[in-house]
Structure formats: structure tokens, C-alpha cells
Design a binder for this molecule. Structure first.
Ligand code: ZN
Length: 114
């Protein structure tokens, strides 16, 4: 028992010093991203690195997200369009109201003056 322990200890001591953390491969994980066109991209990240929310698809260049059913390209495009449409709608509505109010005021002024 004691002999075995001595031999084992002597072997470890005679070997060049090794740091177990250094010797092992860097712990990594693979993260999958899907783009709007259904391309899957697997990237490897070090375990300590936080996965980015989006990753540009190397095949088509579209932003890809970690959720296969909800790629970021689709999410980004819709609110942008609807917001623009909403602003346009509001503007034309307000403009229309202003034009109507102006016209009515002008009409009343003309009627009042006459
Ligand atoms: Zn793609």
C-alpha cells in the first residue's frame, strides 16, 4: 500500500508539471441559429462566452436566431412596416382633419362676412 503510494507520487512528481485546466480542451458548446430561409448554422462558443442574440447566416446573410420557429428577420420586418403604416395613417388622418377644419372655418368666415 505504502509502496504503491510512493511510486505513484514519485511518478507524478517526476513528470513535467501539468495544469489540468490547461491540458483539457477549452469547454465549449455549440449553438444553433436559424434564419428566415430555414438555414441552420451551428457555431461553437466557449462556455464562458454568452451566445449573441442573432448570428448572420453565412448562406444568405440574413440574421439568424436561436429559435427555429421564430427567426429574427421576420420579427424585425413586421413591426417596422406596421409602425410606418400606422404613422402614415395617423398623418393622413390628421392632415385630413386639419384640411376639413380649415375648409369649414373658411366657409363659416365667408358666410359670416357676407
Ligand atoms: Zn440563411
Amino acid at each position: 500500500m505504502s509502496n504503491g503510494q510512493f511510486i505513484r507520487g514519485a511518478r507524478v512528481g517526476s513528470a513535467p508539471p501539468r495544469h489540468p485546466e490547461r491540458h483539457q480542451p477549452v469547454p465549449c458548446r455549440s449553438v444553433s441559429y436559424w434564419c428566415r430561409n430555414g438555414h441552420r448554422t451551428d457555431i461553437r462558443l466557449a462556455a464562458e462566452v454568452q451566445a449573441p442574440p442573432t448570428w448572420d447566416c453565412p448562406r444568405c446573410g440574413l440574421p439568424a436566431g436561436p429559435d427555429a420557429h421564430d427567426p429574427p428577420g421576420r420579427v424585425r420586418a413586421e413591426p417596422y412596416k406596421s409602425h410606418l403604416a400606422y404613422v402614415k395613417e395617423r398623418r393622413t388622418e390628421a392632415e385630413g382633419e386639419a384640411i376639413l377644419a380649415e375648409a369649414l372655418a373658411a366657409l363659416r368666415r365667408r358666410r359670416g362676412s357676407r
